[in-house]
Design a protein around this ligand. Sequence first.
Ligand SMILES: NC(=O)c1ccc[n+]([C@@H]2O[C@H](COP(=O)([O-])OP(=O)(O)OC[C@H]3O[C@@H](n4cnc5c(N)ncnc54)[C@H](O)[C@@H]3O)[C@@H](O)[C@H]2O)c1
Length: 247
Amino acid sequence: MVNLKGKVAIVTGAGHGIGREIALSLAKAGADLVITDLSDSIFEVSKQIEALGSKTLPVKCDVSNMEQAEQARDTVLAKFDKVDILVNNAGIYPQKAFLEMTNEDWSKVLHTNLDGVFHCTKVVLPLMIKQKYGKIVNLASVAGAVVGFTNLAHYSASKAAIAGFTKSLALEMAPHKININAVAPGPIDVGDTQMEEAMYEQVIKTIPIGRMGKPLDIANLVLFLVDDASNFITGQCIVCDGGYTLP
Ligand SMILES: NC(=O)c1ccc[n+]([C@@H]2O[C@H](COP(=O)([O-])OP(=O)(O)OC[C@H]3O[C@@H](n4cnc5c(N)ncnc54)[C@H](O)[C@@H]3O)[C@@H](O)[C@H]2O)c1
């Protein structure tokens, strides 16, 4: 059993899907949780976390905006005096054929998915360095980090960049006893898929384990990566995809 009692964790994009499940899993393991999102849904998630017996602080924050990330850090420090764990989860994946992609489409995805990771990591790292302890997990994707996907050139670029960022920053931060890893999920069912049933069945046929991933599959991996059981793992991008990218 992972025991995170006494640890303070921040999860970005925790209002829905994988981020919400990660936040709930960390709370079940005993961590106190700062949950951030653009959406008001964090207030509902916050109630669920309190019901699990953990302290929680919901903070509205657009990760693509550095000033908002700094304000969020200050709000966190007013309630908790430290940050032990950061999960950079917030991300968007709008599909667009490259020939139709505008500069705005490209920038929105890169600002949210990549700059968001830079901003949140930048504001939190000095606190971790001071305490000589920290665990950072970045959400990459098999798209870009492992294989290509049509209509997702912007998204794939952002996620491949996250894998590279993770490796390089892990090197710089290893002397400070800060572990930085990424996880690369395959197709995960976050509950409100717009996919038609026939298409959904088609996707399942491409997953050797024979089902879509669940947010809990990713949360379980994140839980391992923030636990001291994984202290000797850093700079890795770990695929969790039911074998989807094996063939
Ligand atoms: N679902 C999948 O199949 C899958 C596969 C691989 C990787 N991922 C990655 O996992 C992460 C979570 O994906 P998900 O499927 O749970 O997504 P989701 O859409 O269900 O949830 C993402 C959350 O992030 C929030 N968010 C979006 N932009 C934000 C911003 N600028 N600032 C703060 N919050 C913001 C949204 O409001 C939402 O609550 C993403 O980084 C995504 O790229 C997902």
